[in-house]
Design a protein around this ligand. Structure first.
Ligand code: AMP
Length: 374
């Protein structure tokens, strides 16, 4: 493992906020970044040293991008895996394209998780209305029907509560393939972000609790407000999966904790994750720096946390309107992504508030901690 020397260029596929914050971490370590995105004004391109306009669908753009970079990573998953394979013939690509391919499809992802000994709720692949009827009988209602590919922030899924929802959901989400999952009556949602180096070394950030609004991450509490046994189980599940998947870079593992304290994996993301934004302010080494270090072949120091944290996403025009107030408020650490228009549901930035380590939920109490964002 030869570390990437200072001033080398890391290529990042994708121009969003995850690429932007990765590029900012790379700059701190003395690397340049070059972005593959469809706009020179994308959030990542604004802070990088270069940009190639195009996508992983475009062989010509990929060839030009490869010429500009020493190593390649990506910041989103809905990209062309064959394009990534083509890039991997010219430059090292981390995480490996095979890991991306596996997580792009909910059926291959869940098969892999269960095959590696990871727990999930019940699930069944569904290709036709007949198969859906059988799957509903086997899993029971309520359930969640999801497209196997390209779903995010609740898109491409429908909750089936009664038998009359079944046909409507199938038609609305069509075309198949789908996956039917049992609807987990969760006590909370948590996630663990693991960094794994080229030599297999792994470090993991503390499990955090994620609260969603309109299917979009709203707030992350670090650490998760669950018992130590659940934290340890989540950590073990996540590191086992990162190792089985042969990740180099980051693996975010989203999990449910049910009312009996049972931990189940929901999904995997082989990239920096929204539920790790708090690490920029509450950890000496953030998720983004861990990602860059892994991709560059640098050592991975422990993923320690010096503070507890609450991270609040700023979503859409309504929450962006809080910006002047956020800038004035004592103790709020603001982050804005440089996006043009605040469309409804669009993640425009986030805010972190730190608390002395060990002080969540008190002395302030979590609800009081959240109050400052309202
Ligand atoms: P996903 O796109 O799979 O991450 O789902 C988005 C969100 O929908 C999750 O964070 C959960 O809040 C909810 N969700 C998805 N699948 C399930 C499930 N099987 N049971 C309960 N809630 C779910």
């Amino acid at each position: 493992m030869t570390p990437l020397p200072p001033n080398a260029t890391i290529g990042i596929i994708g121009g969003g906020q995850l690429g932007r914050m990765s590029a900012m971490a790379a700059a701190r370590l003395g690397y340049r970044t070059h972005i593959l995105a469809d706009s020179a004004d994308s959030p990542a391109a604004q802070v990088a040293s270069g940009v190639t306009l195009g996508s992983t669908e475009d062989a010509d753009a990929l060839a030009r991008f490869a010429e500009q970079v020493d190593v390649v990573t990506f910041e989103f998953e809905n990209l062309n895996a064959a394009g990534l394979d083509a890039l991997a013939e010219k430059r090292p690509v981390y995480p490996p394209p095979a890991a991306l391919r596996l997580t792009q499809d909910r059926v291959s992802e869940k098969s892999f998780i269960n095959g590696s000994g990871g727990p999930t709720g019940s699930w069944i692949p569904v290709f036709s209305p007949q198969e859906l009827a059988v799957a509903v009988q086997q899993i029971g209602l309520p359930g969640v029907l999801k497209t196997t590919r390209l779903g995010y922030d609740g898109r491409g899924q429908a909750i089936l509560r009664t038998h009359s929802d079944v046909k409507e959901a199938f038609d609305r989400l069509s075309p198949a393939p789908f996956i039917l999952e049992a609807l987990v009556d969760f006590a909370c949602e948590i996630s663990v972000i693991v960094a794994r180096g080229q030599d297999g070394q792994m470090v993991a950030f503390d499990a955090v609790e994620n609260r969603h609004r309109n299917h979009i991450l709203d707030v992350t509490l670090a650490p998760a407000q669950v018992g130590s046994a659940i934290l340890a189980t989540a950590h073990e599940i996540a590191t086992d999966l990162a190792s089985s998947l042969g990740i180099v870079g980051l693996l975010a593992v989203e999990m449910f904790v049910d009312r009996n304290g049972r931990v189940m994996v929901n999904e995997l993301a082989p990239r920096p994750h929204n539920s790790g934004h708090w690490t920029i302010d509450a950890c000496p080494i953030s998720q983004f720096e861990m990602h860059i270090r892994a991709v560059a072949g640098l050592p991975l120091p422990p993923a320690t946390r010096h503070s507890d944290a609450v991270m609040k996403n700023l979503v859409g025009p309504e929450e962006l309107a809080l910006w002047p107030e956020i800038l004035r408020a004592p103790g709020l650490i603001p982050h804005l992504y440089g996006k043009g228009e605040a469309l409804p549901g669009r993640k425009m930035g986030h805010v972190t508030r730190l608390f002395p380590k060990g002080s969540l939920p008190g002395p302030f109490g979590i609800e009081a901690a959240l109050e400052v964002f309202r």
